[in-house]
Design a protein around this ligand. Structure first.
Ligand SMILES: O=P(O)(O)OC[C@H]1O[C@](O)(CO)[C@@H](O)[C@@H]1O
Length: 517
């Protein structure tokens, strides 16, 4: 660690109190020289993307999340309107809910919000809510899975608080994601059972004409907000997806947008030395040899940012985890992301980071202000904030002393503006890195494989159901009858047994187990 390197490798944006310290990444001038042609191309690619190029060639789509916070740079007046009009109407809608103009049909006012979505249609709102929703006008609840027990738990909580005064937001860009559809159908069933009109409690955020859009129309939803195809799920937090729930919570959404716009402005400049997002992308490239050889451990030292690592996990891994490069070569790119929060994680896995496998680099997020009010001394002379800072600085140093690299990002406090700026910082770093390693960051072909396989399982499950009899059968017999693989048939049978649809008798091995009605 050296004072000179620290001064060399820090990028600061004093106007909003941001800094990023890359001094512990051990980057050399020759790293920057070596990458210079790729860096120039990455700046050019970003400029093209922002001016409306088809930056997602597989899906033949523009990539427009940077326009959301600065509609004036959107490539056409029509796209500008696709940003500004929903923004105005979602603000008006939130205001109407807060002031009792939009109310539940049974009387009273909406007191809370249930958000149903998954992936980018939940993670951004969850991050924003955890970071900024402490004093929300309407608290937010989530269904982000098809786990029946989880659904029951959340709907049970809402039933005791009052389904009649709960506003439901169903969010799905495609409008066809099964987990979200299931959460919506389970929620609708709960409203039906309570004698409540589901549609009159519900808002959809989805692509125009999608299955969800049609369902919302048919069931008379209170409102529908569009999601455009030039916004990807994992970069949708500053679109209607993140802004509707944020506005309903009473979070200052203009500040979120301004923070992102401010970071965009700083990191739009094609000057490596002052571009924090490009510096991040270069650091990721160098530490992982351009192949993602090191995992990214994200450690915000602030409870309210605990979901930032989870949010970044989707942003980085769904964007960068790709089999092919843009020329069709097999590259198996990606950067693994995990983390939780400091100093809590020091008592969990930091032992391994310090002494075990050196297969990662850390990204510390420092929030300079501990709390806004006065602090007590928890021991003579020191406050809790002193300890938090001490643990951050100490861990960073201890890791570096054992050859572990790290980046430290500092913000003054967790405000809508600062959160917006952090989101933009990483979104742009992902775009730059994707260009450096020559991949499409904006599609997700791998996710489709799992979805298809799940569909195959569900088909077989229904076939197996149709072949259940009072006579005991083994998995091999069921496989023969359904023309399927015995292991696949076995897992269907075990699932049905565990959910009370068939009786299972255990044998010595799975092949000896029998199943009967
Ligand atoms: O908003 P949708 O279309 O329901 O998709 C949810 C998530 O599913 C994915 O398409 C694949 O996991 C993500 O990219 C997306 O954020």
């Amino acid at each position: 660690m050296s004072w000179k390197t620290y001064n060399q490798r820090i990028v600061r944006y004093p106007e909003f109190g941001f800094s990023i310290d890359l001094s512990l990444m051990d980057l050399s001038d020759s790293d920057y020289d070596m990458l210079s042609p790729k860096i120039d191309k990455a700046f050019a690619d970003m400029a093209a993307l922002e001016s409306g190029a088809i930056a997602n060639p597989d899906e033949q789509r523009m990539v427009g999340h940077y326009w959301l916070r600065n509609p004036s740079i959107a490539p056409t007046p029509e796209i500008q309107r696709e940003i500004t009009e929903p923004l105005e109407s979602l603000k008006a809608f939130a205001e109407q809910v807060h002031t009792g103009v939009v109310v539940p049909p049974g009387g009273g006012t909406f007191e809370r919000v249930l958000l149903i979505g998954i992936g980018g249609s939940a993670l951004g709102p969850q991050l924003v809510s955890e970071a900024l929703g402490q004093n929300a006008k309407l608290p937010l609840f989530f269904l982000d899975n098809t786990d029946p027990a989880g659904i029951d738990h959340t709907l049970g909580k809402l039933a005791s608080l009052g389904l009649a005064t709960t506003l439901v937001l169903v969010i799905s860009k495609s409008g066809g994601t099964p987990e979200t559809r299931n959460g919506m159908m389970e929620t609708k069933a709960a409203y039906d059972a309570a004698g409540l009109d589901f549609g009159k409690h519900t808002v959809a955020i989805t692509g125009t004409g999608s299955k969800l859009d049609q369902f919302a129309d048919a069931h008379g939803f209170i409102a529908r907000f569009p999601m455009e195809d030039w916004v990807g799920g994992r970069t949708s937090v500053l679109s209607t997806v993140g802004l509707v729930p944020a506005a309903l919570q009473g979070i200052q959404i203009d500040e979120l947008l301004s923070g992102a716009a401010a970071m965009d402005a700083e990191t739009r400049r094609a000057d490596v030395s002052t571009n924090a997002s490009m510096q991040l992308a270069i650091a990721w490239y160098c530490v992982g040899n351009g192949k993602g050889e090191k995992d990214m451990v994200v450690l915000p030292y602030k409870d309210s940012l605990v979901l930032f690592s989870k949010y970044l996990q989707q942003l980085v891994m769904e964007s960068l985890g790709k089999e092919k490069d843009l020329d069709g070569n097999t590259v198996h790119q990606g950067i693994a992301v995990y983390g939780n929060k400091g100093s809590t994680d020091q008592h969990a896995y930091i032992q391994q980071l310090r002494d075990g496998l050196n297969n990662f680099f850390a990204t510390f997020i420092e929030v300079r202000q501990g709390r806004s009010g006065p602090s007590i001394e928890v021991e003579p002379g020191n406050t809790s904030a002193d300890f938090l800072q001490g643990f951050l600085r100490g861990t960073r140093k201890a890791l570096y002393e054992s050859g572990r690299k790290s980046i430290t990002i500092s913000i003054p406090e967790v405000t809508p503006f600062q959160l917006g700026s952090l989101i933009a910082l990483f979104e742009r770093a992902v775009s730059f890195y994707a260009s450096l390693v020559h991949i499409n960051a904006y599609h997700q072909p791998g996710v489709e494989a799992g979805k298809k396989a799940a569909g195959v399982f569900l088909n077989l499950l229904n076939q197996v159901r149709g072949h259940l009899t009072a006579d005991a059968k083994t998995a091999a017999e069921m496989a023969y009858e359904t023309d399927s693989d015995p292991e696949d048939a076995y897992h269907c049978l075990v699932h049905l047994a565990n959910n009370g649809e068939v009786q299972m008798a255990l044998g010595d091995k799975p092949e000896d187990d029998t199943f009967q009605l």
